[in-house]
Design a protein around this ligand. Structure first.
Ligand code: VGL
Ligand code: ZN
Length: 207
């Protein structure tokens, strides 16, 4: 790929794969394709959902609430999730089958107790930055290709914010898997299209 391009691999972690507490159907099935895609890019960045045990997005931390209900927080509506990706637990690790030795950065997100972060750029309060935009900018990256889990949450929010920070963004659809909660996948694609995020397939990428 062009040297001003980078691949972002979002949240390929055991907790989002079969058997995990927030399993995305067939999440792990994209791993061989992602490994292959990564070979086409000189710059690859992984993201890692990484929450403290008392994280505000966990239903278990809101007595009387169940997973997938929503609550209102100062920054907006928050889906309550099953406890997942607790920092330093095996389920939060980068998936052991992911093999991208040349990845240069693992961008963690969601590590503040009181704010969730689907996006790898900006947390859900829409003001706290992760620093990823600066990292990419410093490397001269202009074009982002995004794959991973979940299409309709962390992949979508990351792609939206990529546009917001001035990068071009393309989601490699067959190298993603979705949660699809109450129509969230269709809603995400509508919003993404409006934001100028491209929807491509891995076959569109030629080394
Ligand atoms: C994600 C829900 C909660 C994701 C992370 O990676 O899409 N979804 N935390
Ligand atoms: Zn999370």
């Amino acid at each position: 790929m062009h040297k001003h391009s980078a691949l972002l691999v979002v949240d390929l972690q055991p907790d989002f794969c079969s058997g995990g507490p927030l399993a995305v159907p067939d999440g792990e099935k994209i791993i061989p394709l992602v490994n292959k895609l990564a070979e086409k890019f000189e710059t690859v960045i992984l993201t890692q959902d990484w929450h403290p045990a008392d994280h505000i997005s966990f239903a278990a931390n809101h007595p009387g609430r169940a997973p997938f209900e929503t609550i209102e927080l100062p920054y907006g509506t928050q889906v309550l999730w099953p406890t997942h990706c607790v920092m330093d637990t095996p389920g939060a690790a980068i998936h052991p089958d992911l093999h991208i030795p040349h990845a240069t950065l693992i961008q963690r997100k969601g590590s503040h107790h009181n704010v969730d972060s689907y996006s790898a750029f900006l947390e859900a309060d829409r003001t706290t930055k992760t620093g990823l935009d600066g990292y990419l900018r410093t490397l001269g990256i202009e074009h982002l290709y995004i794959c991973g889990i979940a299409t309709d949450f962390c992949v979508a929010w990351t792609a939206e914010d990529a546009r917001h920070f001035g990068f071009t963004a393309a989601i490699v659809e067959d190298a993603c898997r979705a949660i699809d909660l109450n129509g969230s996948l269709n809603a995400a694609w509508e919003k993404l299209t409006t934001s100028g995020v491209e929807r491509i397939s891995s076959g569109d990428l030629h080394a």
